[in-house]
Ligand binder design. Structure first.
Ligand SMILES: Cc1cc2nc3c(=O)[nH]c(=O)nc-3n(C[C@H](O)[C@H](O)[C@H](O)COP(=O)(O)O)c2cc1C
Length: 329
C-alpha cells in the first residue's frame, strides 16, 4: 500500500502534501479546473497574476500554437487583487489546498500594496512575477538586474512574513546570480521558469501572428530550458525551487525534480488536458514507487550522478561552475 506521507515535500517554509502544483496563468482562479478534479488532490494551487487595479491585458491576437508549445501575450489580464480577495479566495478556501498568489505590478509601490492586501487576506504564499515578457512597463524590468530585483524583494518582505517565492525568467544574462540576489534579499524559494521570449510570423500574410509581435513561449518546447535553469541554480545555490516549463507527464515532473526542483508546476499542459496536474501526480507516484523512494529524495538526485558537474552533457553545469554568463558557444 502506498504511504501518502512519502509524497510530502518542503518548498522553503511551505509544507506540501505532494509536489504537484498548478502554474500561474492557465489555472486562472480555479473554477474551471474544479469541475474536472478535486483541487485538494494537489500540493498547492497558484493563481493567475494579480495587480492593484484590474488589467485588461493586450489586444488580440494574443495566443498562437507553435511546434510543441504556444506563444502567449495575454498581458496579465486580471480582475485586480480586491476582486480576488472578495470573490475567488473565499471560494478556493473550500478546498484543502494551499493557495499561492502570483503578484504583478508596474511599480515597486504596486507590488508592495498587492502583497500587503494578499497577506492580510491570508493567502498561504506569494509568488512575485518579475519575469513576464508580455507587459510593456514593469515585470521583466524588475527581473533582469539583480540589484533591482533584490530591492523589490526587500520592499515586499517588509510587508509580509508569508512564504515568498520569486519567479524568474530564463531570458537573463546570469540566472544563478539573479537567484542569489533575490534569496539574499529575503525570498524563500524560486519559481523557475517563466515563459521564454519568442515570436511567430504568418508567411502567407507576411505579418506577425501576435498583436504585440513578441510573446512568451511555453509547453514541451521549453522543458530543456527549464531543466538547464533549474540545474544551474540548484548546483550553485541548493535553494528551494518550484520547477515549471513544459511539464505534461510524471516523467517530465521527475526530470525537473532530478535537476533540483522540490516541487513542480503544470501550466500549458492543462490547456490540452484539464486534468493534467492530477494525471502528472499519479504518474509521478508510480515513478517514485518503482524507484522505492520518497518524493523529497528525488530533488537534485541527478547532480550526484553527474559527479560535480563534470561530463553531464548539460552545458549549464560547466557554465555555472565557471561563473559564466549563460552564453553558449
Ligand atoms: C496563458 C498563460 C498565462 C500565464 N500567466 C502567468 C501569470 O499570470 N503569472 C506568471 O507568473 N506566469 C504566467 N504564465 C507562465 C506559467 O506560469 C509558466 O511559468 C510557463 O508557462 C511555463 O510552464 P508551462 O510550460 O507548463 O506552461 C502564463 C503562461 C501561460 C501559457
Amino acid at each position: 500500500m502506498r504511504d501518502p506521507g512519502r509524497l510530502e515535500v518542503r518548498l522553503g517554509p511551505l509544507r506540501l502534501k505532494n509536489p504537484v502544483v498548478t502554474a500561474a496563468g492557465p489555472f486562472a482562479y480555479g473554477r474551471e479546473a474544479a469541475s474536472f478534479y478535486d483541487l485538494g488532490a494537489l500540493g498547492a494551487v497558484t493563481v493567475k497574476g494579480l495587480s492593484l487595479e484590474p488589467w485588461p491585458g493586450n489586444p488580440p491576437p494574443r495566443a498562437v500554437e507553435t511546434p510543441a508549445g504556444m506563444l502567449n501575450a495575454i498581458g496579465l489580464q486580471n480582475p485586480g487583487v480586491d476582486h480576488f480577495v472578495q470573490h475567488d479566495l473565499p471560494w478556493l478556501r473550500r478546498f484543502d489546498v494551499p493557495v499561492i498568489a502570483n503578484v504583478v505590478g508596474k511599480t515597486t509601490e504596486e507590488y508592495v500594496e498587492v502583497a500587503r492586501r494578499l497577506d492580510a487576506a491570508g493567502v498561504d504564499a506569494l509568488e512575485l512575477n518579475v519575469s513576464c515578457p508580455n507587459v510593456k512597463a514593469g515585470c521583466l524590468e524588475f527581473g533582469s538586474d539583480p540589484a533591482v530585483a533584490a530591492a523589490l524583494v526587500r520592499a515586499v518582505r517588509r510587508v509580509t512574513g508569508r512564504p515568498l517565492l520569486v519567479k524568474l525568467s530564463p531570458d537573463v544574462a546570469d540566472l544563478p546570480r539573479l537567484a542569489a540576489a533575490v534569496l539574499e534579499a529575503g525570498a524563500d524559494a524560486l519559481s523557475l521558469i517563466n515563459t521564454v521570449r519568442g515570436a511567430a510570423i504568418d508567411v502567407d500574410g507576411e505579418r506577425p501572428l501576435l498583436a504585440t509581435i513578441t510573446g512568451g513561449l511555453s509547453g514541451p518546447a521549453i522543458r530543456p530550458v527549464a531543466v538547464r535553469c533549474i540545474w544551474e541554480v540548484y548546483e550553485r545555490l541548493q535553494a528551494p525551487i518550484l520547477g515549471m516549463g513544459g511539464v505534461s507527464s510524471g516523467r517530465d515532473a521527475a526530470e525537473l525534480m532530478l535537476a533540483g526542483a522540490s516541487a513542480v508546476a503544470v501550466g500549458t499542459a492543462t490547456l490540452v488536458d484539464p486534468r493534467a496536474p492530477v494525471r502528472v501526480l499519479g504518474e509521478l507516484e508510480e515513478i517514485l514507487a518503482a524507484k522505492g523512494i520518497a518524493a523529497a529524495e528525488l530533488t537534485g538526485r541527478a547532480h550526484r550522478q553527474a559527479g560535480a558537474g563534470v561530463g553531464t552533457g548539460l552545458p549549464g553545469a560547466t557554465c555555472s561552475a565557471a561563473g559564466g554568463d549563460g552564453s553558449r558557444a
